[in-house]
Structures are given as C-alpha cells and as structure tokens.
Ligand binder design. Structure first.
Ligand code: SF4
Ligand code: SF4
Length: 209
C-alpha cells in the first residue's frame, strides 16, 4: 500500500463517500443517486465488467473501498453517455467513473492486467511526447503491448487494412520518424508538469485537512 493510500485510509476510515466527495472528479454527486438502476440498464458494457455504475455508487456508500478502487468497472467505460442522458437525477456518471479510475490509478490500486488500463497508459505516453497523438506509433504499440511475437502476428493480420488506410491517406507511414506535435514543446511540457504538481498538492492537502 502506498504511503498516500495508507494516509487516506486512516483519514477517511468508514467514510468512503466523503473520500470520493473530496478527491474524485464530480464525486460530490454520488450521494444524489437514488439507485433506480436506469444507468446500469442503459450501459452497453454492463455485462462485461465487475459492477455497473449503480452498483459502484451503492458500494461507495457501503464503504467498500477496496472493491470499488480495484474493480475493472471504471476502466471499461467507453464514454458513450447513455447513462448521463437517462439518469433521472442528472448525475454526471461518465465523469465520476473516469474520476474513480484516475483516483484508483494514482493510489496504485487499479487492477494490474486490465487491457484498457494498458491502452490508456500507451495513449497517455504517446500524447505526452509531442502534445499530439502519433496514430501510427500508438497502433503499433497497441499491437506489441503483449510481446513481440503477438505484435508481429497482429500486424500481419491487419496489413491489408493498414495498406488501404495508407493508400487513402488515412495513415502516414512517415509518422514513424516522429510525426507532428504542438509548436511550443517546452511550454506544453511545463504546463503538464504544473498541472501534475497542482493535482499532487491538492490530494496531499486533502490528507492533511
Ligand atoms: S440512473 Fe442515476 S439515479 Fe439511477 S441508479 Fe444510475 S446514477 Fe443512480
Ligand atoms: S458512459 Fe460509460 S458508464 Fe455510462 S453507459 Fe456508457 S459505457 Fe456505461
């Protein structure tokens, strides 16, 4: 358990709802859920993850901290917004799910072998290099994320699609050399660094309050 996680467990003992309210994006809304189940019934990913949104919100109120933060649920959300469009209480469910995912990752509690987490990390690392996503490199790192042999197999299987995309200029093979990025690279890196410092300071101060 990370030091930060230990401190948070100590501070919010038996009050995970308050912890979510203080530290998770849009977490204040969880208390408004009336458990009608419309979001879970509307979620196209519902059958494929541990707990649909309604259950996650119920578990937060029931202090099931470990189960919520180590669940794969938040990592399966595709941001389709079905739940938000239908929630009678107008909860920003999608944002809460992503906020919980971010919080779990920060505390080192997110499940280790979840493919969608690996993809999120690859996407983030790719974006952080130049401030814009290099689609070719992202696609390749996705193919090879589980090892060289599997990567070659996947790349071979997808070769016709890749060729078609290249011929129709949907993919630029020259992006392998670096690709495009934002003009002010230093400014971009400084902005991200500052945002990360502010976020770390916000959680640290929440522990000390
Ligand atoms: S639709 Fe809204 S009120 Fe109903 S269970 Fe889902 S989050 Fe709660
Ligand atoms: S936005 Fe996420 S949680 Fe909501 S219905 Fe779509 S996949 Fe499910």
């Amino acid at each position: 358990m990370s030091d930060l996680n230990t401190q948070l467990v100590e501070k919010y003992r038996n009050n995970f709802l308050q912890e979510v309210k203080d530290n998770v994006e849009e977490g204040d809304w969880v208390k408004m859920c009336m458990q009608c189940g419309v979001c879970s019934g509307s979620c196209p990913m519902g059958p494929y993850w541990d707990h649909p949104p309604q259950e996650i919100f119920m578990m937060i109120r029931a202090n099931k901290r470990e189960e919520v933060l180590s669940s794969n649920s938040m990592w399966m959300c595709t941001s389709c917004y079905n739940c938000i469009a239908r929630c009678p209480r107008e909860l920003p469910i999608t944002h809460i799910m992503h906020g919980l995912a971010h919080y779990a990752k920060r505390l080192g509690l997110a499940p280790k072998n979840q493919p969608t987490i690996k993809f999120s990390q690859l996407f983030w690392d790719n974006l952080m290099k130049k401030g814009r996503v290099n689609e070719l490199k992202l696609g390749l790192s996705l193919y090879f994320m589980n090892g060289f042999a599997e990567g070659v197999k996947k790349a071979w299987k997808m070769k016709d699609i890749g060729l078609g995309m290249t011929l129709t200029r949907r993919l630029n093979p020259l992006e392998i050399l670096g690709g495009h990025g934002v003009k002010d690279q230093t400014g971009f890196q400084n902005m991200i660094k500052k945002a990360q410092e502010l976020e770390a300071a916000r959680i640290e101060s929440s522990v000390k309050k």
